[in-house]
Design a protein around this ligand. Structure first.
Ligand code: ATP
Length: 341
């Protein structure tokens, strides 16, 4: 479905002495199978959108190769574009036409009949809670409604491979839940492949079969969310002992199965590989030495823990860092927009 080898994108920014080279994507390899939902995570400026733009043929790779649906992104870009759906981060530019007409025109560019695309469009309007807005001009829609219209445009021709760049940013919780449902159905009912970038760790965790993490233009992890969590951090176990005098003894017992053991008042915490396997024995041990507990809490690691372990930074903190703020320059844009059949 998607195969990339050594994808690189270098931007040249500034002029004169300020001239700088930015390696936005620095040697990315990808293999994404049919029917997979892949979550592409990384902090601001990591290279997610740039990778997506190369795969969707909007940007010519500086180096490396990629095929999408079996078509080469450089030499067969029209075929790539015809065979995918793409919802960009910035959203599409709409004309003065009514939303429904925009959707119908868009779908017909992919060779669908007017009747077929109208039926699909109306179905998607209902699913995306855009009922009653078919005749409204996009300029008179709210930001969230426009975002949902972008998504309808990206899906109306029933693509079997869909690229979604931060699709739920700016959506309210209800619209986000609807879109999650839609993404799940794309896979279960249509066998579609979905490549999704997101800033929301819970979204990636919830939807994706496999997570790719990109940092500074390089893929730093690629696996299921469960495997990533098991490999890099382990479960956090928090014991609250019933009496202060048992803290040291409990810490010693916990340290025999856990790393990063620390104490805080009557709390003793540490990370174990798999709590389900290790905690029962620990509880028996504590009981046998007469330690009573007030509470025990087990916290599964989050994708943020994974990111922290891999890069030394929290993804949440990294989100708040502003990217370098270079001005766009020297892009080798192949072509914007949808294919002309
Ligand atoms: N047209 C451009 N010209 C110059 N630099 C660019 C251009 N587009 C992106 N960059 C730089 O390339 C790097 C990667 O940007 P990209 O938009 O791919 O990141 P991202 O992971 O999608 O970030 P975000 O989460 O903020 O969308 C950043 O340092 C960005 O400033």
């Amino acid at each position: 479905m998607i195969h990339a080898r050594g994808l690189v994108q270098t931007f040249h920014t500034g002029r004169g002495r300020q001239k700088r080279e930015v390696k936005a994507v620095d040697g990315v390899d990808l293999d994404i199978a049919e029917g997979e939902v892949v979550g592409f995570l990384g902090p601001n400026g990591a290279g997610k959108t740039t990778t997506l733009r190369m795969l969707t043929t909007l940007l010519r790779p500086t180096a490396g190769t990629a095929t999408v649906n079996g078509y080469d992104v450089v030499t067969e870009s029209v075929m790539v574009r015809r065979s995918i759906g793409y919802v960009s981060q910035s959203g599409g530019a709409f004309s003065q036409a009514q939303a429904g007409d925009e959707v119908v025109d868009h779908g017909m560019l992919y060779g669908l009949s007017r009747a077929e695309v109208t039926r699909r469009g109306r179905e998607l309007f209902a699913e995306m809670q855009l009922d009653g807005l078919w005749d409204r001009q996009p300029k008179d829609m709210s930001g969230g409604q426009k975002r949902r219209l972008d998504i309808v445009m990206g899906l109306v021709h029933d693509p079997t491979l869909v690229f979604l760049d931060e699709p739920t940013t700016g959506l309210d919780p209800q619209a986000r839940a609807n879109l999650w449902g839609h993404i799940r159905r794309l896979r279960t009912e249509r066998g579609a492949t979905v490549f999704l970038t997101t800033h929301y760790l819970d979204e990636a965790d919830e939807l994706a079969d496999r997570i790719l993490i990109i940092d500074n233009g390089r893929i730093v992890a690629a696996d299921t969310a469960d495997n990533l969590k098991a490999q890099v951090s382990g479960d956090l176990v928090d014991l609250e002992v019933a009496d202060d005098t048992w803290v040291a003894r409990s810490a010693e017992k916990l340290a025999s199965i856990a790393t990063q053991v620390e104490t805080d008042g009557r709390h003793v915490r540490g990370r174990v590989r798999r709590a389900g396997r290790e905690v029962p024995g620990l509880l028996r041990d504590l009981d046998s030495v007469g330690v009573a507990l007030d509470s025990i809490e087990v916290m599964r690691p989050t994708l943020d823990d994974v990111f922290l372990t891999l890069t030394g930074r929290s993804l949440r903190d990294a989100q708040d860092e502003k990217p370098d703020g270079e001005q766009p320059a020297d892009e080798s844009v192949l072509a914007e927009g949808v294919p002309q059949p």
